[in-house]
Design a protein around this ligand. Structure first.
Ligand code: 5GP
Ligand code: MN
Length: 345
């Protein structure tokens, strides 16, 4: 991997749509690390498909991130000129939207760093497609892509700067719900000790990410829980839906519903939670997009449900999907399908 990077002149780092802390952290950690390597005239960019929440603006390097939706021409040129891609925190080119096609059109080497399970369609069909990746650093047991990046960098003789450490800590923190799930591996805490010695201010990072909300956001959360949460007690299941009109009422900003899907799981006998958010149709797409988040606890996978019914996927306990149509259609499909995918006990 280091050789590929050192031999490259035009590197593009990609991470997934609706970037979360792990997407931001793993791409920025790589960005800071590669910037610190020698390499005259090397260009290096981080491109994300769409905007990231404002509560990541403080991250060192966030200002340099290019948002494809805002600057498609600039990004298309960088993608066409690239001689190395590094993809972090996703493994399906579809997860970077229209950029996925553009990336595949460029035959240069592509490095994958990820902790999601890969879609298994090639095994099922029995026609093993040739991998698009020159290198794959994938560990579906890792807490986060940031953990994988840290371990990768540790195998090199690398200088752990405060910027790199801060980026990595952010992904570890957000992908484990501030160390409340996927977080029982002692190695994580050994890593954190190194990060703090390198200057990470962990309490400040927590505050910057979780305590900088607008009044509207907190009231929207209250409204959603009070008025919009349905419980299906027999199935230990909760559903929250928010329409585009409701979101407008609370001046919805990207990231405002982040974490909302986890809240019904605070109820003692709710083990599954689903959240649907309606997006206004974009020009050229007549139907609104319903973005759906799935969460569960214990041995109750939701990724098959998300995959088979809502064109998505993800981890066993945290998945996502979508539907193009009306919110009511999504709810109907949800109610029709949950008895097939949700365990009653
Ligand atoms: P969230 O609900 O936070 O948007 O997504 C939760 C997790 O589900 C993500 O970390 C990602 O692993 C997965 N995920 C979300 N949307 C999709 C999707 O459209 N396709 C796939 N394969 N995974 C998704
Ligand atoms: Mn992640």
């Amino acid at each position: 991997m280091k050789q590929l990077i050192e031999n490259a002149q035009h590197i593009v780092i990609f991470t997934h749509m609706a970037p979360d802390g792990d997407a931001m952290g793993s791409s920025l950690a790589l960005y800071h690390w590669i910037s610190s390597l020698s390499g005259e005239g090397r260009s290096l960019s981080v491109i994300v498909p769409n905007a990231f929440p404002a509560f990541f603006n403080w991250m060192p390097g966030a200002k340099d991130i290019l948002i494809y939706e805002k600057k498609p021409e600039v990004c298309n040129r960088l993608i066409a000129e690239a001689d190395l891609f590094i993809c972090t925190d996703f493994n399906d080119p579809k997860r970077i939207g229209p950029m996925g096609e553009k990336m595949l059109q460029n035959s240069c080497p592509k490095i994958l760093i990820d902790h999601h399970l890969k879609g298994q369609k090639d095994d099922v069909q029995g026609t093993k497609e040739e991998s698009i990746w020159a290198e794959e650093h994938v560990d579906s047991k890792a807490s986060s892509s940031c953990e994988i990046v840290y371990k990768l960098l540790s195998t090199f003789n690398f200088q752990l700067s405060t910027e790199i450490a801060t980026a990595i800590y952010t992904g570890l923190m957000t992908d484990t719900g501030n160390f409340s799930y996927n977080s029982n591996n002692p190695e994580i805490y050994e890593i954190i000790a190194h990060l703090i010695r390198a200057g990470v201010q962990k309490d400040e990072i927590y505050n910057a990410v979780f305590n900088q909300y607008s009044t509207d956001r907190v009231r929207l959360t209250g409204y959603a829980l009070y008025r919009k949460m349905r419980i299906y007690p027999e199935y230990h299941l909760a559903l929250i839906t928010l329409s585009a009109d409701e979101l407008d009422r609370y001046h919805y900003q990207v990231g405002d519903t982040e974490g909302l899907v986890n809240m019904p799981l605070q109820i003692s006998d709710v083990y599954y939670s689903v959240f649907m958010r309606e997006e206004r149709p974009k020009p050229g797409t007549p139907k609104p997009r319903i973005r759906i988040s799935f969460r569960s606890q214990g041995d109750r996978p939701v990724n098959i449900w998300a995959g088979e019914v809502f064109h998505g996927g993800g981890h066993a306990n945290a998945s996502g999907g979508e539907l193009f149509g009306k919110l009511e259609q999504a709810v109907q499909l949800f109610e029709k399908s949950f008895p097939l995918y949700v365990k009653k006990s």
